[in-house]
Design a protein around this ligand. Structure first.
Ligand code: FAD
Length: 372
């Protein structure tokens, strides 16, 4: 069992490729994007993921790309601060926040020396037998692998091909999220996120290195016919959710919505979790968000890094792939399951449903040591 195909060069894919190569495997990573692209939503590397990154030798680069954000300030429609929480409290423990794309690019760079990367391509079909998996690609010629791992995110193709349709495994949490890159305003504090709330919706400016990110999260029942690539439909839904804020000129909403309507780089998706009874079928396994997305309110990136390391170790320790995959799943579920359960609490804090909930949240921040 030496040739492993990994679908997805996000966080989990390159980390798995790196560690498999260290254990003497020959990993191949296939990724539809033409190249690793920096930027995107800020994510955290913390807990066991820090140790994984440190042992990969990439921690100094991750720190250099860190956003340096240490606080979250809640503001009202006029931009006045109404609450504040420290988010960098555990940075002392070595945690780092950096844009998701930068993290993926740095991990890919670390793995590239040891693994084959097929950018601009994707798996078309998978057919497994007792000894391996026959794979066809959209562009590359067909190949046979000993093992295939889907690390291809929330909308995983490997999961769809080998485990069934997305609607069976993806659980909508009654919320949508959107992000858009901004040109930093002169008054954007470099260390702090500023967030405006109205009942059931939030909008924020998240400073980054050079470029801030506009962020929206709003409660809305699942729109079943809205495809995750339907940009026009997504922009309409976003505009409708914030119509009142735009009409009244609340905080920076008119500017943020204008960017969301016109910027080329616009990200939109459902806030969702992935839940499956099993993360493997024979020689096909799932990793990261593809297996167990916790949603953006969880520790998805750190779990992706930690899970990749656990899977590589299990594959190195067990020659029988099904035993290795089972071992990885049992171990990693202990980290994932509690975080999946805690996500609704974080969502309630960031996007309270009612005016009363909002007032209570803001008042509570003044009781914290960092409030004020
Ligand atoms: C707006 C937002 C904010 C977030 N905030 C945080 C946060 O603060 N903290 C945190 O820890 N996490 C956060 N997350 C979650 C975090 O980004 C994910 O949990 C993490 O990226 C999961 O890593 P992954 O490698 O499993 O998947 P991804 O990083 O999603 O990577 C999947 C890869 O697969 C590729 N792919 C897609 N389709 C195919 C295909 N057909 N074939 C091959 N490859 C394919 C994609 O292009 C991508 O490169 C946030 C997510 C979002 C969207």
């Amino acid at each position: 069992m030496r040739n492993v195909l990994i679908s997805g060069a996000g966080i989990a894919g390159p980390t798995l490729a790196y560690w498999l190569a260290r254990h003497g495997f020959r990993p191949t990573v296939v990724e539809p994007a033409p190249a690793a692209r920096p930027g995107g939503s800020p994510v955290d590397v913390r807990g066991p993921a820090l140790r994984v990154a440190e042992r990969m030798g990439v921690l100094p680069q991750l720190r250099a790309a860190g956003t340096g954000v240490t606080s979250l300030r809640f503001v009202d429609a006029a931009g006045r601060q109404v609450g504040r929480v420290a988010t960098g409290g555990r940075r002392g423990a070595g945690e780092v926040e950096l844009p998701r794309g930068d993290l993926a690019a740095l991990l890919s760079e670390a793995a590239r020396e040891h693994a084959e990367f097929l950018f601009g391509d994707s798996i078309s079909t998978l057919a497994q037998d007792a000894d391996g998996v026959d794979v066809t690609f959209e562009h590359a010629p067909p190949r046979r692998f000993d093992l295939v791992i889907g690390a291809d995110g929330l909308h995983s193709r490997v999961r769809r091909l080998a485990f069934g349709p997305e609607r069976v495994h993806v659980r909508h949490l009654g919320m949508y999220v959107a992000t858009v890159p901004l040109l930093s305003g002169p008054d954007d504090p470099a260390d702090g996120v500023r967030m405006y709330n109205a009942p059931g919706r939030a909008a924020a400016v998240h400073p980054g290195r050079g470029r801030s990110l506009g962020f929206f999260a709003f409660r809305h029942p699942e729109v079943t016919d809205l495809h995750h690539r339907d940009l026009a439909g997504q922009r309409r839904l976003l505009g409708a959710a914030y119509a009142e804020d735009e009409r009244t000129g609340a905080w920076r909403l008119p500017e943020l919505l204008d960017r969301a309507r016109t910027a080329d780089e616009f990200y939109f998706d459902a806030v969702a979790q992935v839940r499956l009874d099993t993360w493997s079928h024979g020689r096909i396994g799932l990793l990261g968000d593809a297996a167990s997305a916790v949603s953006l309110f969880g520790d998805g990136s750190s779990l992706a890094l930690a899970g990749a390391h656990t899977l590589a170790t299990a594959l190195a320790d067990h020659t029988e792939p099904t035993t290795a995959l089972h071992h990885y799943e049992t171990t990693h579920r202990r980290l994932v399951d509690p975080r999946q359960r805690n996500v609704l609490r974080a969502a309630a804090l960031l996007v309270p449903r009612t005016s009363r909930g909002l007032r209570t949240r803001n008042l509570a921040t003044h009781l914290l040591p960092s409030g004020g």
